[in-house]
Design a protein around this ligand. Structure first.
Ligand SMILES: [Zn+2]
Length: 306
């Protein structure tokens, strides 16, 4: 299973900033230390091209991100101070998801150790999201003729408003989001299937809703590729999550999503998406268990073929 990272590009953030920049490098270190993926399969993600980005985002917005011409308001909405690294990091994050999709289509699974920037819309960024990696990847894969119909299974605790807006009225990309109803973004955009959970939803509530939602999404989408946003932020110990799901519950979620996709014969590209644990190690644990499970399922499938 190929996994793509882009943690060598970091953004200078002010002291006390809420974004957990170190989680990406910590996650990769954990994967390397556990030796669950051959080292040659852990690869730096490529940069998305201008052409790829502008299938989803307006050229004007992409240019202004690149050249540092965003307004104060736009920068505040993104939540990172602008620096030249912003464009570089964002396009490698997008490129990593595109690469993960290609890997999934040829090998069954592919992984981006970041991405899931689902709040970015056609001409704006929001909530730590500059470009929408999953949307750009879906369009790239369609443009290359590698898949016709794509289902986006967004299990980050925040609604995938940007993704929903980008694919509104497009029957070829099905957008599913399961999220905290009272959480950010406060103005949600309707996707193809949205499940808004109450504050403090625990494992049974979360998993019941998830299973029903994933089943409905897969049945309705008729997809040939799934993109799974495996957010760590529904976790009870998350600072921005407002739900009460345990690590075990999130492992069950991953298992359900990956099993359901396998049963439907769907290749899966996985992006890590959000995770703001009060303790960063908890966030890394949750992402790590997603990677571990995908590696396990992939290995089991290969053993069956041998
Ligand atoms: Zn989130």
């Amino acid at each position: 299973m190929k996994i793509y990272y882009h943690d060598r590009i970091t953004l200078p953030l002010p002291e006390g900033h809420r974004f957990p920049m170190p989680k990406y490098a910590l996650l990769r270190q954990r994967i390397t230390a556990a030796a669950i993926i051959p080292e040659g399969d852990i690869l730096p993600g490529p940069a998305a091209t201008y052409e790829q980005l502008t299938r989803v985002h307006t050229p004007d917005y992409v240019d202004r991100v690149r050249d540092g011409r965003l307004s104060e308001r736009e920068i505040r909405q993104i939540g990172f101070p602008w620096s030249p690294g912003m464009f570089q990091r964002a396009r490698h994050s997008v490129g990593s998801t595109i690469a993960a999709c290609r890997a999934a289509l040829s090998e069954g699974y592919g992984l981006n150790l970041g991405g899931g920037t689902h709040h970015a819309g056609p001409d704006y960024g929001q909530g730590f999201c500059v470009f929408n990696d999953c949307a750009v990847a879906a369009r790239a894969i369609q443009a290359e003729g590698l898949a016709e119909r794509i289902v986006i299974l967004d299990c980050d605790v925040h609604q995938g408003n940007g993704t929903a807006e980008i694919f509104a009225g497009d029957p070829t990309v099905f957008t599913f989001s399961i999220h905290g109803q009272k959480n950010f973004p406060f103005r949600k955009k309707p996707g193809d299937l949205d499940i808004g959970l109450p504050d403090d939803a625990d494992d049974p509530i979360y998993l019941d809703a998830l299973e029903e939602g994933v089943d409905r999404a897969l049945a309705a989408a008729g997809a040939d590729l799934a993109i799974y946003l495996a957010g760590a932020d529904p976790y009870a110990g998350d600072r921005l999550g407002r739900l009460a799901v345990t690590k075990r519950g999130l492992a069950q979620r991953d298992r359900y999503v990956l099993d359901a996709c396998r049963a439907a014969g769907l290749p899966v590209a996985i992006a890590m998406a959000g995770g703001y644990g009060k303790n960063i190690e908890d966030t890394v644990d949750i992402h790590f268990q997603t990677v571990q499970l995908a590696a396990e399922i992939e290995r089991a499938g290969r053993d069956l073929q041998d």
